[in-house]
Every structure is written in C-alpha cells, then in structure tokens.
Design a protein around this ligand. Structure first.
Ligand SMILES: [Zn+2]
Length: 315
C-alpha cells in the first residue's frame, strides 16, 4: 500500500462486507475550512480541519489558548446542553456533531484549528461536516486502528439513562428515546455502524428543542445562535419549522448521532453492541469513563468482523 491513497465516495459505499478485517488509520487528504455561528454562544467561528500524522488522535487548537485540547474523555469540562472540551482554561463548546462526523467516517487523526469558542452549528446536524470531508477525500495511513472490543457485559445506569455494552462481532448501537410528546413518545432503532449508512441515515438528523425550553436556555445565556435554520423546534403538538422533518424519526436519529459523537471521546471505536436508553451528553460521558475504567469488560483488538450491507432495524 502506498503511503496515502485517495479514498473516493464510491469506495466509502462499497468497501465493507462480512469479512474479518482490520483497518488502517485515516486522516483527511487535504484541509477543510468550515465557518458558522455557534448554537449556544451565537459567536462566529472559522474552523480549519487539517490532516494529522498517524497515532495523533483528534486535537483542537483554540485561538488564544495555550495548550492543545486532546479530544478525549479527560478533557470534557461541561456536558450541560452540549459537550464542551477544555484544557487550562481554554474551552471549545458543542464538539459533538463534528466528533460524530469524524467517528462516523472513521477519521482517527486530525488537527482542528478554531478561532472562536464554539464549533459552528451549521444546519444542526453532521451533514455539512460529512459532505466537506468526503469532498476533501480521506487518506489512509500506514498504522493499524485499535478497537475496544467488549468481552464481558457492562451495565451502566444514571437516573433515567441506561447504557449496556455487550460482546458482539461487529459494531452495533441500539438507541431508545422516551419523551411525553405526540411526535416523539417511545422510539427505538438499531444501527450497524458503517460509513455509507452513517452518511445517509444518521448524519443529516438535526438537533431539536422544545419551544418552552428555548426561553429558559436564553436566560442561562445559551441557545443565542439557535434558530429554525439550525434546529428543529417543537411546541406542545407540532414541529414549527416550515420545511418539516428530514426523517419521521429525526429526533431519535439525532440522539444516536450525539451518542456516537460523545462515545468517540473514549479514543477507540467500540466493537460490541451498545444499547442506550434515554441518555444525554452527561450520561453518555459518564458511561464512557466508567466503561474505560472497567478494564475486565474489554480488550484492545485490531481484527474485527464487519457486517454489510448495513441496515437500520426498528424495534
Ligand atoms: Zn446534538
């Protein structure tokens, strides 16, 4: 294999099948610039995604910040309404949709230079990040990607939230929501992790909020950049966005997207079946830390089974 080779969209769609495989690490083929307003701060930011060497991980460089911020669970400093990373007083807010895009496309190594306090919210989903990365191209790097392979069931509970990690030959996430609202209620889906399915079925799902909560968030100094352009807003009975929903179960899919982004902060893709119910950023990150600490439940592995073509299943 050459040092790097171009990873076309066609390859993304057709590389993975039911075979025992390991994969090489990945970064971007070239730089990607993303600009936009932050959901909570309302501040504009320009964000440059730059290729990084193998074994780097994802590292944020915030303007004016002394120290780089490694995207891992130890750098999480706030999980209220979004996930914030910080180091020595420098913070980057709302990293989860970018991290979900990187995890969903298997980008392991990246420098993220940002000149504002918050990752741009764009349309409220991971779609723009994914499209930009696929356009730039994905470079394969000459080093194997380690996985965290679940070898023993691990159960975590935190209030209403519950997450279980089970041994499984592949990467599967089942996610369940429950909201007392006509359009939400109880919903559940299972996602076999794969790039193509992530791009089409998960990445476009937008963040959402309830109108009655927006005023409260603003009193907290949050949601300043929020609008119907970057979030699905619900009142007591319906969706207020004139364009409606992208998927009938867009809310469920977005919660799954957030889960993928938050869990990527473990630093390893998980091989196993994760079942999550009614979680948020706080419980996602508590789970990630607890699972890493439960070292009898997993081992680091390089070979795994990939299932394909992947499918979404509903309970
Ligand atoms: Zn989100």
């Amino acid at each position: 294999m050459g040092k790097y080779f171009k990873y076309s969209h066609l390859h993304l769609a057709h590389t993975l099948h039911n075979t025992l495989m390991m994969r090489y690490q990945r970064t971007l083929e070239k730089e990607v610039l993303v600009r936009g307003v932050g959901l909570h701060t309302g501040d504009q930011a320009a964000m440059l995604l730059k290729p990084a060497p193998k074994d780097t991980g994802i590292i944020f460089f915030a303007k004016g910040g002394e120290a780089p911020i490694n995207a891992n669970v130890n750098a999480v400093c706030d999980t209220a309404f979004s996930t914030t990373l910080g180091m020595n007083g420098t913070k980057v807010k709302t990293v989860e949709h970018l991290l979900a895009a990187l995890s969903g496309l298997g980008i392991d190594n990246l420098y993220v230079e940002i000149d504002g306090p918050e990752v741009p919210i764009l349309d409220g989903s991971s779609k723009h990040f994914v499209d930009s990365i696929v356009d730039a191209g994905i470079a394969i790097q000459p080093s194997k990607r380690p996985y965290l392979k679940i070898i023993k069931p691990f159960v975590f509970k935190d209030g209403d939230a519950e997450i279980t990690a089970l041994p499984y030959e592949g990467r599967r996430i089942s996610y369940r929501i429950f909201y007392p609202h006509r359009l939400l209620g109880k919903q559940e889906m299972t996602f076999e992790c794969g790039e193509d399915l992530f791009i089409k079925e998960i990445a476009p799902a937008r963040t959402f909020g309830f109108l009655k909560d927006v005023q409260y968030l603003r009193t907290l100094g949050l949601a300043k950049g929020g609008s119907l352009e970057n979030a699905v807003i619900l009142n007591d009975t319906e969706v207020l966005n004139a364009s409606g929903l992208r998927f009938k179960d867009e809310f469920l899919r977005h919660k799954l997207l957030d889960f993928i982004g938050d869990l990527s902060l473990m630093g390893f893709p998980v091989e196993g079946h994760m079942k999550a119910s009614r979680t948020g950023h706080t419980s996602n990150l508590k789970f990630a830390k607890a699972l890493l600490a439960a070292s009898d439940c997993w081992k680091i592995a390089y070979d795994r089974i990939e299932h394909g073509p992947a499918d979404l299943k509903y309970a």
